[in-house]
Structures are given as structure tokens and as C-alpha cells.
Design a protein around this ligand. Sequence first.
Ligand code: HAM
Length: 438
Amino acid sequence: MAKSEIVRAIKGMNDIVPFAPENFLDSKIWQKIVHAAEETFEAYGYRFVRLPVVEDTQLFIRGVGSETDIVSKEMYSFEDRGGRRLTLRPEGTAGAVRAYVEHSYFHHQPVQRWWYLGPMFRAERPQKGRYRQFYQIGVEFFGVDSVASDVEILCTLNRFFQALKLDTLTLRINSLGDEKSRQNYEATLCVFFDKIKKDFPDDLHDRMKNNPLRFLDSKVFRQSGHADSAPDMIDSLSEDARTRFDGVLSGLNRVGIPFKRDPTLVRGLDYYSHTVFEFSTQDLGAQDAIGGGGRYDQLVSELGGPATPAIGFAAGIERLALLLAAQEEQDKAFELCILPMEGYAQEAIILAESIRDVGDIKIEVDLTGLRLKAMFKRADKIGARLAMVVGEDEIAHKRSTIRDLSQRDAEQEVALDARLIHDVARDMLDGRMGSDES
Ligand code: HAM
């Protein structure tokens, strides 16, 4: 690389900076997300943990599962100078469980509520909402296996999303049951896959047989046209697992959290059992999962601790920030700019106040003292949709004109009356232009 050439960030790894060229990478939005997480999680008794970014590769092979995409295709693994196999963590749960076991929490205080945030690394093909270094905010709740713990964790997350005013997310939920239910289901799936395997390339047949749940979750199956006729996990649940799942769903109904039961939701990590869930959005295209999680009652013992139930969740900060950035843009756009001529600023403010009394139009009164032409230019630049002048003529005739800055020549004359201005402006903003003014 020539000395004068600038060094760039690695593809799929972003800078989070003030005044970022792409809104969602602006540090202000990130602060807002972190603040909402801290306020919400601490209010439910969660304590913050900060764990290493690099772990022994074995942790993820044993914890997340060697057959998963994350472990088999996406890990950033390397050998350090001492010849140890290390990995940049692709997710936070395995590390949290390692720390829980390593510090023997199960002896002194087995019930632990932890929250964390930090970078995770997956070598996926970058696209909108999918990065190679991305940030998760997550929670892990150890030591309780009751239905109430599932319901509580969903309340916690729901409140976190509400704190960010994200109220259009959909919660999908499923149960993978216990070990026995899973074996039943895998057997049922194998019979089903055996019948349809002729429709899939030969090199997939082994996978269909050896890891039917993973195959069910694969893109090739989901897009195959067979997805709708796949057997439903719920029919393979043992009686206990079914009762447990019914309890979770009725708990969600009682706390008023809407959900969709999704029998195809299996999640891409091997440690889950019983409840699994995902919050998704329709506003981000292909990368629609905002956050997901579930129970992982075997993981603590699989990583060397005593049998300890647990449940957790993680949300991607970039995806939250993308949703918030879209909101911010709407927030930023003033709907109406009132442009006072020299000496008419007070009149403009009084008029704006009475319009705000009537309704919820976002108004900025231009107090820059610029000339009229410059005020129009500025209104356009700050993203105002409408502009209206208040000056000697307007006050004398008790009339003004509302101009739509996004459409040349679109304007409406209106009497200087707060209610009328409000109604005409609202119609123009909503794309309803009246034939003439009121
Ligand atoms: P996950 O579903 O793999 O779960 O990831 C959680 C969230 O991280 C996703 O819903 C998404 O928002 C975000 N995410 C994942 N990959 C990327 C990426 N390449 N770029 C941007 N965002 C991404 C887990 O990681 C589990 N550890 C969650 C959990 C905690 N389960 C129990 N406890």
C-alpha cells in the first residue's frame, strides 16, 4: 500500500461516529439504544457483564454446535502466537455460560440476571442489516426454569422495544420441547423428508437425514414449496412440554403481549430447548430479525457446570438503529415552516402556538432574520414540507398561502385562522389538495 493511500475499515465493519454519513451509524442513536437498554434491564434486576471478545474455539464448537452455520461457516478463528485456537465471539451466550460456570455462581447465587452489549463477529456476506462485526445487546437469566421466567423475559424485551418506541415488531414463538419431544420430532421430520428428498439435490440428502431440524431451518427448504406441509413440532411435544408451552402462551395473553405461534421457528443455534422466539420487522427487507432467543436448559451442564436452567435473548444494535434512524428522519422533518417578514416574528410565534393548540403539526418558526428568499431556501434544506409567510400583507388581509416545497406550484390560500391553517396543512401533508381554500 502506497504511503499516501488511506487505510480503510474492513468490509462489513462500521464506524459509529457523530454526524455519520449513514444515519443509523450515528453515535447519538446508539447512545439512545444503550440508555434504553440500561434503564429497562436494570429495572428488572439485570446486572451488567463485560466478557472477553476472544474465546477458546472449543467453547463455540461445544456451545453453539459444530453443525450450525455460525460455527461451520462464519467464525473468525485463528491461532495465536502460543498455538492456541481462538475465535472472535460470534454470539454472547456461550461466553456468558462459560463465565457463570467458571466463577461457580451455581454454588453461592445460582439465580443470576445478566445483561451485556458488545461486538460479535460473523463472516457473513455484508448487506443492509448484516455485518461482519455487529453489536448485540443481550440478557441471560440463569437458575429458574418456571414458565414465569419465560413470560418475564418477554415482558422485559417488550418494554425495551417500547422504550425505543418500536411498536410494530412481531413476536413469533415456538417450542422445541424437551429432549424426548425433539427426538420424536426429528423422527417425524425424517419420515417427511424421506418422502420429498427426490425434490432436493443428492448432496443435501445426508443433511436431511442427519440434522433434520437444521435442514428445516435452511433457506433451501424454506423456499422449496414444501415448507407449509412440514409436520408441526407441537404435535411431537411430550405432554409436559406441551403443558409448559401452553402456560407460556397463556401468560403472554395475560400480560397483553401479542404473539404469533410459528411452528417453523427453530433458530440457528443448537443449544435451545422449549421456548424459542424472535422479534421481527417488516421495515428492513431480508434482514428482518431484530432479536431472538429462547431457553437453553442443557448448556450450563454441557459446558461443565451442574444442570442449571436458563433463558436469554439478544438484539442487533445495527438493526435497532436502522429502525430508529428511519423514525428520526420523520422526527426531523418539520411539517410546516412559518416565515416571518422583518418585524413579524412575534406574530408568527403566536400563530404557531395557536396552531399547536389545535393539532399535532410539527412547526418551526424561522427566527434566523434572513431575507424571504433565503428563508425559503433554508426551509427546503432542513426538510420542511410546507412553508407559509407571515408579514404586513398577510396580517392586513388576514390571509396567507401555504406552499408545498416538495411540489413546485402546489399551494393553497388560507385565512389566518389556526384551525383552518391546521386542517389545510394536514390535508396537504397527507396528499389531499382541496380545490380551493376555506
Ligand atoms: P441470534 O439470533 O444469532 O441469537 O442473534 C441475535 C440478533 O443479532 C439477531 O436477531 C440480529 O438482530 C443480530 N444479528 C445476528 N447476526 C447479525 C449480523 N451478521 N449483522 C447484524 N446483526 C446481526 C444469538 O446470538 C443468541 N446468542 C441469542 C440468545 C441469547 N439466546 C439466548 N440468549
